[in-house]
Design a protein around this ligand. Structure first.
Ligand code: HEM
Length: 464
């Protein structure tokens, strides 16, 4: 049975909710929520950006909100305020419309289907590596962003977005930078011609131009290649109507944005953590060398690349791309005996739960080994929830895990990534958690090292 700390929580939602200044949330939400959890325990009443919000910090309470009482909530204010970007796509739509779209898209994410994407994931990674040289200095976050964008484009929309990747990447960067200002996002109507809004409009238009082109090309070709875009294009309502270009735009922009930046950031954090933990790095190389030798990974290798998987799991624990989530109450009810009423917000933070010493030993340490012996099965269900949960759980969960493991294995087999000294790697908690100034690394070819080591061995043998 889990314990709920009621310390300092007010008797009723309208009375004396603790006021917090607006500043800290915008400046450092990670610190802000960590501090609240430390001070108030598992449940706290707050005013965040002047809205009454319940912050919950216990797996049992999170399960109540995301699963048991999911129907009593809609998506939170920040996502709703971003509707002009995502439209009525899967991430932001609600009710019957959302359910219909989710059912339409689901087959593209079935296990057998995503298995067919594995070869593309490896192929695109290898193509990227063709341009990598020993000693090069690169921003690995930019590289991961470009790569995952190309993979989503190819696997879900059969579109080669290589030539667009740079433009989309830049536009996205700006959107996420601006999106990090939650106060502005919520309070400034998106149609007001402020400099930030005009910028958002320009960047969205830039991405839309590319998406409408992909949609138009497919419509014109009449091809049904069985990918997600074909499924959406050919789906018919009971009355025979099909999706409009606008609906298709909403679904594609959602999948492009939700489906590539999250995985890219997760990988960037993994590289950064690995580079600081040589013992973990060495263990990863040992596994890759033993399982793969000198060939690239395939889907069938993944069950034997257990440690590679643990590296991803542990990176997602410490640096969850979805660092926090929110909901809006649409039906009055109670959380842990406290009344919550329509219009109140409920917030939870993977960043805080994933670092809670009640669930994890030495929670701040990067220790992929902790996931050996089925830790996941022993934890309370929502002590680890990088992909959310309940009906709105991430549709790309298995896609992302497979993609991250294949990319990590393909690269780490060939290169070691060393951090460039004095480059600041700083988490930016926007809608997602990303390294604000990227992650600058120097590439060190592992093949060269192995070759040198073995030729040294040969010379020694000759000298003997
Ligand atoms: C490491 C990578 C990823 C992480 C950490 C992540 C995380 C999440 C989380 C936490 C949610 C739930 C949001 C909420 O309930 O408010 C979500 C939803 C979603 N994700 Fe992901 N995601 C990842 C990769 C992907 C990929 C690869 C795709 C698609 C190719 C994707 C598409 C979506 C969509 C469409 C939704 C909305 C689902 C719905 O409400 O029906 N995500 N993601």
């Amino acid at each position: 049975m889990w314990r709920t700390t009621r310390k300092k929580f007010p008797a009723g939602p309208s009375e004396g909710l603790k006021r917090w200044s607006l500043g800290p949330l915008n400046n450092n939400p990670l610190e802000y929520f960590t501090k609240i959890a430390r001070e108030f325990g598992d449940i706290a009443g707050l005013r965040i950006l002047n809205f009454k919000t319940i912050f919950i910090n216990h797996p049992g309470l999170i399960e109540e909100v995301l699963v048991t009482n999911a129907r009593k909530y809609s998506k939170g204010r920040v996502l709703r305020a971003n509707r002009h970007v995502f439209g009525e796509g899967l991430l932001t739509s609600e009710g019957d419309f959302w359910l219909r779209q989710r059912r339409l898209a689901q087959p593209a994410f079935h296990r057998a289907r995503i298995a067919s994407y594995a070869a593309t994931m490896v192929e695109y990674t290898q193509r990227m590596l063709d341009g990598w040289r020993d000693g090069d200095e690169r921003d690995v976050h930019q590289e991961m962003m470009r790569l995952t964008l190309q993979i989503v484009g190819k696997t879900l929309f059969d579109a080669d977005v290589e030539r667009d990747a740079q433009e989309v990447g830049k536009s996205l960067e700006l959107l996420l930078e601006i999106g990090a200002d939650f106060r502005r996002t919520i309070f400034v109507p998106h149609w007001l011609p402020t400099p930030a809004n005009l910028r958002v409009k320009r960047e969205v238009a830039q991405i839309e131009k590319i998406l409408y082109r992909i949609i138009a090309e497919r419509r014109a070709s009449g091809r049904d290649v069985g990918d997600l875009l074909s499924m959406l294009l050919h789906a018919q309502d009971e009355d025979g109507s099909r999706m409009t270009d606008r609906q298709l735009r909403d679904e594609t922009i959602t999948l492009f944005l939700a489906g590539h930046e999250t995985t890219a950031s997760s990988l960037s954090w993994a590289w950064w953590l690995l580079a600081q933990n040589p013992a973990v790095e060495a263990k990863l190389y040992t596994e890759l060398d033993a399982v793969l030798g000198d060939r690239a990974p395939t889907l069938d290798d993944l069950p034997r690349l257990a440690y590679t998987g643990h590296v991803i799991t542990e990176s997602l624990r410490l640096y969850p791309a979805a660092w926090g989530m929110a909901r809006l109450v649409v039906e009055d009810h109670e959380i842990a005996g406290y009344p919550v009423t329509k219009g109140m917000g409920v917030a939870m933070a993977q960043w805080v739960v994933h670092r809670d010493p009640r669930w994890y030993d030495s929670p701040e340490e990067f220790r992929p080994e902790r996931w050996e012996d089925d830790l996941l099965k022993r934890l309370p269900r929502f002590a680890y929830f990088p992909f959310g949960g309940g009906p709105r759980q991430c549709i790309g969960n298995s896609f992302a895990l497979m993609e991250a493991a294949l990319i990590l294995a393909t690269i780490a087999r060939k290169f070691r990534l060393r951090l460039v000294a004095n480059h600041p790697v700083v988490p930016l908690a926007s809608i997602t958690l990303r390294p604000r100034h990227g992650v600058r690394v120097t590439l060190e070819s592992r093949e060269k090292k192995v070759a040198v080591a073995s030729s040294n061995g040969r010379q020694a043998a000759v000298a003997d």
